[in-house]
Design a protein around this ligand. Sequence first.
Ligand code: ADP
Length: 299
Amino acid sequence: DLLVVGSANADLVIGVERRPAAGETVLGSDLAVHPGGKGANQAVAAARLGARTALLARVGDDAYGRLLLDSQRAAGVDTVGVLVGGAPTGVALITVDPSGDNSIVVSPGANGRLTPQDVRTAASLFQASRVVSAQLEIPLETVEETVRSLAPGSRFVLNPSPPRPLPTSLLAACDPLIVNEHEAKVLLGDTTVGDDPAHWARLLLARGPRSVVVTLGAEGALVASAQGVTHVPAVPVDAVDTTGAGDAFTAALAWRLGQGDELADAAAFAARVGAVAVTRAGAQDSYPTAAEVAAPGSG
Ligand code: ADP
């Protein structure tokens, strides 16, 4: 039902008292290794909700690649589209200080080798998918080929992260384009856009997508389409760790659209999934099942 086309990374996390300056060495905590990357996160989030989900991605023929394949399979994701080899698995080297500020270096590795040809080779996955969800941690031409590969009548959801200017043809395919505040500002291209998210949503809609969702963290989200702009309230929770909340939100929304929900209803469900995700540590580890979303607080 849902096909996610995107990145898979190993997140290597070390806690430090102070993040190192140039030329400096600091000692940190034991290393923690977590499966991550926006594509892998979305696929796990959707599968855990009960969505029939496939991931089209590329990992290295190495231990981190096997870690990512294992975490996808454990969540129930179809991994026939996870290609192996060509470069080392993508890695994010993350240092976190006691205030929660981090410094991150990403090596895209195999994610950068996911090619338009890989997309064409996965034609059968596209035929089986009513919704296809992508992000920008893979080459832009691969995302553009993804749009060209959509089965008739299927829907394309894009979270443009990390944000960069997008070709008109790609924007026009998005239904919706899903951005957080930072991504909205970068796409709109600067400081002159003001600080009214409803205004950003209208400006983004004018760039061509059929619909736009702006996520606003604890403020919920805005949904914009030809019918206008509506606010979807957040579910009030005590946030512990917001890592990967946007990926869970996007996956949940994409799945519900494929199940026939209207955009505002899908976003309201996604906000409940995002709310559970922020009450737990980690990204993939924090994602709820459908039963946990139905009974908030039971996780
Ligand atoms: P990103 O992780 O991409 O920056 P957001 O922080 O906007 O995305 O979070 C995505 C969604 O997750 C929000 O629209 C909201 O529904 C939910 N969410 C995020 N943070 C909170 C929070 N502190 N309380 C409740 N819901 C939250």
